[in-house]
Ligand binder design. Sequence first.
Ligand SMILES: NC(=O)c1ccc[n+]([C@@H]2O[C@H](COP(=O)([O-])OP(=O)(O)OC[C@H]3O[C@@H](n4cnc5c(N)ncnc54)[C@H](O)[C@@H]3O)[C@@H](O)[C@H]2O)c1
Length: 232
Amino acid sequence: MQENSSPRFIIVGAGARGNAYAEAVTKSTNGSIIAVADPIAFKRESLGRKYIWGSGNPTRDQTFETWKEFVQHEQHRRQKKENGESVAAGVDGVFVCTLDDTHAEIITALAPLDVHIMCEKPLATTLGDCLKIYRSLQPAVIESPPKSVFSIGHVLHYSPHNILLRKLLLEDGVIGEILSMEHTEPVGWWHFSHSYVRYVDIGNTLGDTDSPKRQLAQGVENGTVSVDEIMP
Ligand SMILES: NC(=O)c1ccc[n+]([C@@H]2O[C@H](COP(=O)([O-])OP(=O)(O)OC[C@H]3O[C@@H](n4cnc5c(N)ncnc54)[C@H](O)[C@@H]3O)[C@@H](O)[C@H]2O)c1
C-alpha cells in the first residue's frame, strides 16, 4: 500500500459481485473504490456514480472500458512516475469480478503490477488456468516474501456463523468426535439458473454451488481444516 494512505481499489467487472464488494469496501473499511472497468457503459456509470465520482463527471483515471485499458493506463502512469513526472496515486488493489473463464487472463496480466488482488470464486475453470495463475504470482526471487496479497472470494469461509461453527466443532469439541456429517444444499431455481448460465454444464454447476460447503464438511469431518488455516 502507498504510504500514508488508506487502500485504494479498482473494481474490474461492475456486475453483481463488483457492486457487492464496492459497497462492502465503502461501508465497512477505511478503503475506497477509485476506479471501475466494465465494457457496459450503464454498469460502469452506475457503480461509478454510487461509489466513485458521485453526481459529477468521472476523470480519465476513474473509468475504463476493459481491464486491458486499465493495465495499460497503470503501466503508463508508472512509466511517467519513473521519468520524474507528477502523477496521481495509483490503485493498491484490484477486485476481479468478471465471469469465471476470464479470471486467468486478467490475473496473469495484473501479476507484474504487484498489486493486491481479490478474485471472485471460482478461481478458474481448468486446472491449467489455476496453475498459470499460481505461477504468475510467484515472486521473482522465490525466498523473498510476496509484496502483495492474493485472495479468492470464498466468503462463506469468513462468515461469522461458519467461524463460530468451526470453533465449536473443532476446537471446543462441543459434540465430541464427529463420525459423519450430512449437509443439505437448498439450491433454489434462481440459483440453479444463475449457475447454469455460467457453465452450461450441470456437473460443474452443482460442483461450484456446493464447493465451499463441501470443503467445510470435508475439513470438519477429517480434521484437516483448522480455524487457523482458514483465518490466517
Ligand atoms: N453473483 C453471485 O452470487 C456470485 C456468487 C459467487 C461467485 N460469483 C462469481 O463472481 C464473478 C462475477 O459474477 P457476477 O454474478 O457478478 O457476474 P455479472 O455478469 O453480474 O458481472 C460480470 C461483469 O463483468 C463485466 N465484464 C465482462 N468483460 C469485462 C472486461 N473485459 N473488463 C471488465 N469487465 C468485464 C460484465 O460486463 C459484467 O458487468 C463470477 O466469477 C461468478 O462466478 C458470483
